[in-house]
Design a protein around this ligand. Sequence first.
Ligand code: DOR
Ligand code: ZN
Length: 333
Amino acid sequence: MSITLNSPLDMHLHLRDEAMLKTVAPLSSRDFAGAVIMPNLVPPVDTKEALLAYKERINSAIGDDTFTSYMTLFFKPTYTKEFLESVKDELIAIKLYPAGITTNSEGGLSGFDVDELRPTLDAMAELNIPLCVHGETNGFVMDREAEFVSIYEMLATNFPKLKIIMEHITTKASVEALDKFENLYATITLHHLLITLDDVAGGMLQPHLFCKPIAKRPEDREALRKVALEGHSKVMFGSDSAPHPQHAKENCGCAAGVFTSPIAVQVLTELFMEHSNLENLQAFISGNAQKIYTNITVPEKSITLEKKPFVVPAIYGTVVPMYAGETIAYSIV
Ligand code: DOR
Ligand code: ZN
């Protein structure tokens, strides 16, 4: 029996630059019809020129594959309405990072002052530019996301016309916030549907499963699985596949990020099959995103999978993927 997915989308992806971009971009463009590209390069993508030049580099890395890069800018509270008007046709969203919260986010926001944010966020709402947010405080690592829920609520109530995407949610608290505010949406990664903190640090430390936000408790994973598997209309797949070279992961001072793009479609299929929810995978991996992001056009592309063991390569270029060397149950035809 084969399974076909129409135009799968990865609504949160790190493609990096230069040699890394050339290694990882073709792995996403092989399996997905498009992806939302994160702007946390060094320096961050925060001008129209940088965004257009990055898009060109991505396009040359993917060759002839049918794949659309949905670009984002790195949020700055100094973006004016005029600037946003001039760039809006080139991007899908703007990504907000709290300062220093994760890889290359030093230039992020150091406080959430509504008056300071209002001009930019009002203009974004008016121009239908969604705000994607890395929602963590700098509190205790296991509580960072739950503590951030009050900031999501503040943003959602002060900017009711702004679409706010809670990126890579990992907690029950974030899942609950989804249904409280009409303008809150979320992406969920593959790894947060699969692992808990136990898999990262319960035995020998697993650097390739270390990411931000850190994987949480079993009950958090249950809450994520429930909304993903039921195809909840406010959640979308976003891999947050975040490649780092092997030496930066297997190192004293491990970089945060799990590299999942080459296995994402196959393992999601397995997860949805196992839970007898295959009929909801299409919504999770494409349909919901197309309804939430009303400002995108999605290329036609179909991906066929079959139940056939696939041995995950130990390394792609310099990057160790999730499940390196292990056998997964589904393959792409
Ligand atoms: O684990 C992560 N890695 N989380 C992020 O938010 C950023 C990402 C990266 O860019 O490496
Ligand atoms: Zn990310």
